[in-house]
Design a protein around this ligand. Structure first.
Ligand code: SF4
Length: 63
């Protein structure tokens, strides 16, 4: 995948799932930003996918 495709996919996923995510909104209030972020990374499949795409983007930039 090229840089533009990865960035587009990240945007699409965040727009579709994260922008109005009620889970993150609730967790931010209960656990604060770092706790909510931890949940996204460790316990959400969407977060997992975003993390994977972020790593792909890093690989592209490192080339
Ligand atoms: S990664 Fe998951 S929990 Fe976090 S904002 Fe996106 S959809 Fe919500």
């Amino acid at each position: 995948m090229d840089k533009v495709s990865v960035m587009k996919e990240i945007d699409e996923i965040t727009d579709t799932y994260c922008t109005d995510c009620l889970i993150i909104r609730d967790l931010r209030q209960k656990r604060g930003k770092p706790g909510a972020h931890k949940f996204c990374i460790e316990s959400c499949t969407v977060g997992e996918q975003l993390q994977f795409l972020g790593q792909e983007l890093m690989k592209i930039y490192e080339k």
